[in-house]
Ligand binder design. Sequence first.
Ligand code: ADP
Ligand code: ZN
Length: 742
Amino acid sequence: VLYADIIIDISHEALDKVFQYRVPFSLAEETAPGTRVKVPFGKANRIVEGYVIRVSEKADYDPGKIKEIIGIVPDQHGIESQLIKVAAFLKKQYGGSMSQALRTVLPVRKKMKLKKQITVSLMIPAKEAESLLAFWDKRHYRARVRLLELLLKKGDVPYEEVRNTSGLSRKALEELSRKKVICMSESVRYRNPFGNLDVEDCPVTLHEEQQRIIDDFRSRNNLGTFLLHGVTGSGKTEVYLALIEIILSQKKQAIVLIPEISLTYQTVSRFYGRFGDRIAVINSRLSEGERSDQIERIQTGEADVVIGPRSALFAPLNHLGLIIIDEEHDGAYKSEQTPKYHAVDTAIYRATLAGASVVLGSATPSVESYEKALCGEYILWEMKKRATGALLPETKIIDLRDEFREGNRSMFSRELKEEIRRCLDRKEQMMLFLNRRGYAGFVSCRSCGEVRKCPHCDVSLTFHRPQKLMCHYCGYEETFDKVCPVCGLAHTAPFGLGTQKVEAALYQEFPEARVMRMDLDTTRKKHAHEKILQSFEAGQADILLGTQMIVKGHDYPNVTLVGIIAADLTLHGQDFRSAERTFQLLCQAAGRAGRGDKPGKVIIQTYLPDHYAIRNAALQSYQGFFQEESVFRACMHYPPYSHMMAILIQSGREEDAKIAGERIAKMLSNTQQGKKDPVAILGPGPARIAKVKDIYRQVLYLKHTSGEVLLNLEERLAPVVEGHPMFEKVRIQFDYEPVTLY
Ligand code: ADP
Ligand code: ZN
């Protein structure tokens, strides 16, 4: 006998209320997660519809009291059913509960009141209105005269404006409406998160590499999973636009995922220019009302191209034909919350259900994706030249050890200084990149070496001007004090580099330069991010200094110099992806230079000039990097040549986390006894950041050449640890294919 867990009503509150029903034998085959069914509900056995979210062989209640499914409802839209299947996939692949998965996938159903707008227009011909105006004027009906003047001049006018300009009351207006002089019509107005975008489409003739890709897409009946590898500026966005046009012409719809940080006016406006009101944009900065409006537009079919970050992947489109993931290598595509899904794999799954294609695009694809393209799992599209014919910028590596040896104590090498000076003289713009915000890396006592740490997290505090110490993990703040709490001497001082410190040094060195700083601290307010970029684009600053926020996908023709202050900052991440991340950042940063008709120059300052990530980034050689990186990954049994599962154990007490970790390790190794090809179990040990917000973190890593083996192991282990009293005091999370190590 089979039992099915069913949710009756897909509202957010209902996701936790699951009802169990018996599956009649005749329906056993068709009943699966996502199936829409009719069931008797409540005392009166009212017949309602619901969705199956799980099928099992075990009854959770007295089987005698469990009712039976009446029948299966043919699913016309299929969209909720499809999303429920996606939720089931998330749960299976990435762990967590079904209700967590459903919450991730189903759009918030809490309906916001739509903003209604009333428009007033004339109901009589203009000639007639003019004579009426003259008549009213003679009688000194001033308010009515103003009304007619307004309507004659502007045509349709919003109600508020009519009230304000004419001074007529609602009643008076309604009377005129009854007399058929004017009419008041009501329409829904959607809140547009980008204001009124007035952008022009700049259609281009596709160049040869682009055209070949479009032809290939067509010849494959627009179906497949593709990796578009194109150098920065090669015209990937134009390819996306052309692919979407093909899909729309077939009455299908598209989703475009862009990392949140790049979802700016500049990127979105190109899509607006081509598709106008058919676009819905979703991002986390939308108010609840704006968000609800966008979802409504998607559900009613008014919008058929959805642009957004990771979560836009679950947009309720009924005729999905294409999912594009731009900057597919970006770490933001992996969710930090359970289920810790990756957008790339999830997109491929959703596309399979919908009969849609997936296009992954990047100048620096993830090692995983490129490996899959090489072995034929994805179809590889390459674009090697910049679309505008601009050359890739000249790149130079500066060895900071030489600078130091020759007595340069400044954070700018002599060559970078020289180039900044020349760039300022030419009245051109530059971007300086440093991957660390704040004033300094950490604060320590010069006398005893004590490093100031966050009391809640196992990380050092960062100095912010003028007198603040901040934890970048939990937001803890304290006032900076020169006196060391350990030795009592007043020798505590900031060490290392941060964006604030570079900014200060720039003003000292180049007092006439106009510097704009962009990092988490200057972009907290809504739209602050876009404002900075727009004013930089408008030439209101010479230097844009920032963290990785500035390297993403912006096109500034007047930028001719890119400086990387300390390229190796991200190399010491103790993470097997550090080299990859550094390479990607450097390539993207370098790609910002020389996008217009002027040649660009890139200066990379580093203490490790021979590191392959830095060398290959300077050469803009993805292939060169991939070759060395893939050898390293294969030797060390890291993904993509092996699969990984992280098990994170968290507890307010260090001891509890440790004991739980050891127990899990023991349980796991018991299951591997006598196996020919056992799963490698690493740990438990303290996580790289062993404490965050007063919670201690222990971590275990599992590695195996088969991902399936790891997922099966999780599937068996998770229910055991979930209900077990032994693990009561800890929180256990599974993370399949973690993107950063814990
Ligand atoms: P990517 O997304 O690969 O960085 P973009 O699509 O932003 O590249 O294109 C870079 C620049 O080249 C843009 O200014 C774009 O308008 C221009 N461009 C792209 N394709 C063409 C083309 N076929 N002809 C002329 N200009 C093009
Ligand atoms: Zn902290």
